[in-house]
Ligand binder design. Sequence first.
Ligand code: PMT
Length: 414
Amino acid sequence: MATDETDALSGRRIVIAVSGGIAAYKAAELVRLCIKAGAEVRVVMTKAAQKFITPLTLQALSQHPVATDTFDLQQESTIGHIELADWAELLVIAPATGDILARLAHGMADDLATTVALACRAPLLVAPAMNVNMWNHPATQKNLQTLVERGAHTVGPGTGELACGWVGSGRMSEPAEVLAACVRALGPRDLVGQTVLVAAGPTYEAIDPVRFVGNRSTGKMGFAVARAAVRRGARVVLVAGPTALQTPAGCERIDVESAAQMRDAVMARADGQTAIVMTAAVADYRPKTVAKKKLKKEKLGAAPTIDLEPNPDILAELPGRAYKFRRPVLVGFAAETDDVEKRAVEKRRKKGCDLLVANDVTEAGSGFGTDTNRVLLVGAEGVERLPLLTKDQVADRILDRVVALLPKAGLKLA
Ligand code: PMT
C-alpha cells in the first residue's frame, strides 16, 4: 500500500455502493484496500448486486453490517439512509451499471443506494462497468455527462475483454485505480473557511428582444473552478452568464445576461472574497442602443450597421477597487488565438491580476466548449505551461496557485 494513499485515506469516511454487475466481485477488493488504507467504510448493496456477491463478504471485509434495504426497520434504525448520507465524506458507486448511472442522473431514489446518493452532499465517484454497447449508448454517455457537470468524479471504464464476450470499453477499473481515484476525489480541504467568487460563461449583449451579440463560451471552465472550490471547502458564489449547465452542488448561483449585469453582480459580492476568478468571456462591446421591439428586416435594409460601445472591464476594475476587508486574490483568464504567452504576460500586467490563465482557443481540445484545456499560468514569478488536462484538473491547478498566494495576500489557511 502506497503511503500516499494511507496518509490521504486514514480516518476518512467512505460509503461504497455496489450495483448489480459481474464486476461486483471487484468491490470486495476495493473495500479491503480502503480498510487497509485506514478508511472507515460502510457498504450499500443494490438487490441486483446481491445476486453477484453476498453481503456477508462485504460485511466481513468492511467490519460493519451491509445496508441493503431502505424499508428494513432494523437496518433503518441502525444504519438509516440519511445517517449514511450525512456520515459519508465520499460516496463511491463501484461498479456503476448503466442502470444506476441513469437513475443517479435523473435524481431517482428508488432503492437504498440511490436514496443515499440523493441525500448525500459528499463528493460522488462512479466507476462505470457494463457491456461496451451499453457504455457507448448515447443515453449512458449523456447520463454520465450530467453527473460530471454536477461535480461527480469518474474512474474508468477500462478497455479489453468483457465478461459478456465483447471486446471494448466497459471494464470496471481495477480496485487499486479506484482507490487512487478516491484519494483524488477526497482531495485537499485547503479552502475551508475561505470564499471564492467565480464568474463563468458568456455574456449576451442585446440588440433587440430577439437578437444579441454573444460568444462561444459554455461556462464549463468556470463551473469546473466553482466545483473544485466547493470540493476544497470554500463557500462559492458563481456568477453565471447564459448557460445550460447545472449548478454545482453547494454553490450560490447568480444568473446574469449582459456584461453590465455581470459587473454589478461581481462588484456587489467582491468584498470579503478570498479570491475572484474571472473565467467568463465578457463581451468587450455592446450595441449602443437596444431596440424595445424586434428590428424589422424590411426597415433595416440589406446590411444594417450596429453601433457598438465598450463594456466595463470587470477584471481591470477589481485591483483598484476599495475593499472594506481585504483585496482578494485576483485570477483572470485570457482567450487568445496567437502569440499566447506574449499576450498573456502583457494582459496580466495591464489588468493587474495576480494570476492569469491563458488558453489558445483555436487549439483542438482547448478553449470554448471542450471538457479539456491546455493553459499557461502566468504569475509574478513567470510562466508555467500545463499539459492538456480536463477542465476539472485545470481548476484544481488554478486553486493550488490561489492557495499558494493566500499567505502573500495576508490570509491564513484554516
Ligand atoms: O466556458 P467554456 O466553454 O468552458 O470556455 C472557457 C473559456 C475559453 C471562455 C475560458 O477558458 C477563457 O478563456 N475565459 C476568458 C475569456 C475572455 O474573455 O478572455 P479575454 O482575453 O477577452 O479577457 C481577459 C480577462 O478579462 C478575462 O478574465 C475576462 O473575464 C476579463 N474581462 C474581459 C472583458 C471585460 N469587459 N471584462 C472582463 O472582466
